[in-house]
Ligand binder design. Structure first.
Ligand SMILES: [Fe+2]
Length: 528
């Protein structure tokens, strides 16, 4: 060891090995205690976590005084959050020594640093220093304090990482949630599809055309993400080889961002590709106009085949320009709304991958549960809005695991009662984390009830049969299936067929029999 800690062990080391083992056991239990959830908000509120770590460290090591620092941008600058009984003068000395020697400690990844009569424990996760515990030990410190301290440091670092992650993600979620709700209000009652339909009807009839088309494009995409064509009776289709109508003419409008009024298509360079692009119609003449409010290109609108053997006139172009600016406004709002939704879901995905990363055996679990639950919901004939809820519910069902110590999540043996109790707290912890997010109101009961059983013997609320929300019953089947078909710390994966047999076996006790039957049938069909 790089430093002298002999002063800690003044009573000598004539301890018997057995006594040491025994004492270690006691201390291990104490450390475990450090990681339990009985203190309010222990794992998910940074401040209470820091206080709890310090309190336990003081007790565990019989220290006299202590402090806790969080590493900011520059870990050498100590940001002291809590200090117990330490004079500022003393703190200054520690600060300046730490600053000058930090690069050397960082280089060698020193697990314990001593400055003056203080022991400093760097809390390191994935080669990044998250914080630092400082302890002034006394002669009463346990004999094996040198062995306990690194364990304490690594457990504390793991908890601290979760709490920091949670704090960061949650702040972002709340901001996004508020913006999201605002966006939702702006576009309330605006259904893009029906608006586009109305717009096309007005464009078609207002310009006395046979056809009206719209192409919506995003900057980075090569092709339109949406295209539609409307004819006199409302229904029309692009010809199969016309790439959904995204012909050279439309590409040209996109490239030059200028309108084109073509009265005689036959004599035009685009005649060949344009003429037959709509099934059962031959395009003779057309107006194409870029939609470009405030310099942002959104797409192209097109009308074709002026009725009554007439030519398109400047008034037709004017009407299209007005309509185009109106529809552009709506599209931009809808786009904004979708972007927000995507940003929101991306943040949530990041949060779930963080949880999956904690639990090394369930990597990818949340995503697999999401995909399969959505399929099952579809198979059950649920509505689009319910499937959307399943999408988020599947992704987030285990979010509460962010508060469960890794030691328990990854424990190779069977869990004892106490550990099982902690694991069982994850649905409620999930509700505590996401219950405040208004946007997720319809999703939270999936998180809360995905471990209920059909016979009422599940947790947390012991709901039975139809009392359990339908979507939670759906996710429950898939969740169990995925857990059975992946390796776990305590057992090897079952084959799909074995897992299906087990699901059938537990139908009516653990699972909703109707849902279980549909699931088993669906997986068997997909396999063949
Ligand atoms: Fe779960």
């Amino acid at each position: 060891m790089m430093f002298d800690l002999s002063w800690l062990n003044q009573s000598g080391s004539n301890y018997s090995k057995e006594a040491l083992v025994q004492e270690n056991e006691v201390l291990k239990r104490q450390i475990q205690e450090l990681l339990t959830l009985d203190e309010t908000g222990f794992f998910i509120e940074l401040d209470s976590l820091l206080k709890a770590i310090l309190k336990k460290a003081l007790v565990l090591c019989k220290a006299e005084s202590s402090f806790f620092s969080l590493a900011g941008k520059d870990p050498a600058e100590l940001d002291v959050r809590i200090s117990n009984l330490i004079l500022e003068e003393k703190m200054e000395k520690i600060r300046s020594r730490f600053k000058s020697e930090y690069p050397r400690w960082q280089e060698t990844e020193t697990p314990i640093i001593s400055i003056e009569d203080f022991i400093l424990l760097p809390l390191v996760r994935r080669h990044r220093m998250l914080g630092l515990i400082g302890l002034k030990l006394t002669a009463d410190a346990p004999e094996n304090v040198c062995e306990i301290l690194p364990i304490l440091a690594s457990q504390a670092a793991a908890s601290l990482e979760s709490a920091i992650l949670y704090e960061r993600m949650f702040k972002r979620l709340l901001v996004l949630s508020n913006v999201f709700i605002l966006g939702k209000e702006i576009v309330t009652n605006i259904d893009l599809q029906s608006l586009v339909d109305k717009f096309l009807t007005i464009a078609r009839d207002g310009t006395e055309s046979e056809l009206a088309c719209i192409f919506l494009v995003r900057e980075q995409d090569e092709k339109p993400y949406y295209s539609e064509v409307q004819a006199g009776n409302g229904i029309a289709a692009f010809a199969p080889d016309s790439e959904h109508g995204y012909t050279p003419l439309i590409r040209n409008i996109r490239a030059n961002e200028k309108f084109q009024l073509i009265t005689d298509l036959q004599k035009n360079e685009f005649a060949e590709s344009e003429a037959g692009k709509v099934s059962k119609y031959t395009i003779r003449d057309t107006i194409c106009l870029p939609m470009k409010p405030r310099d942002k290109f959104l797409g192209v609108i097109q009308v074709a085949n002026k009725k009554g053997n007439a030519n398109y006139r400047p008034e037709d172009l004017d009407l299209l320009k007005i309509l185009s600016s109106q529809i552009a406004f709506v599209i931009q709002n809808a786009d904004l709304f979708h972007n927000l939704q995507r940003a929101y879901i991306d943040t949530l995905s990041a949060l779930t991958s963080a949880i999956d990363a904690k639990d090394s055996y369930t990597r990818g679990h949340s995503e697999r549960v999401t995909d399969l639950s959505m399929k099952l919901a579809q198979e059950l004939g649920l509505e689009r809005t319910e499937i959307d809820k399943i999408k988020l519910g599947g992704l987030l069902h285990d979010i509460g695991k962010i508060g469960i110590p890794e030691g328990i999540l990854n424990k190779p043996g069977r869990l004892d009662d106490e550990e099982f109790k902690i694991i069982k707290s994850h649905p409620e912890l999930g509700v505590r984390i996401l219950g405040k997010v208004e946007f997720l109101a319809g999703v939270v009961n999936i998180i809360q009830h995905h471990h209920e059983r059909y016979d009422g013997k599940g947790y947390p609320d012991g709901l039975a049969a139809e009392e359990i929300p339908l979507l939670a019953r759906v996710v429950s089947v898939v969740d169990t299936f995925d857990a059975m078909t992946t390796d776990r710390p305590y057992r090897k994966a079952l084959t799909e067929e074995e897992a299906l047999t087990e699901i059938t076996h537990c139908s009516g006790t653990q699972f909703d029999p109707g849902i279980a039957a549909v699931f088993v049938r669906m997986i068997r069909r997909e396999k063949n």
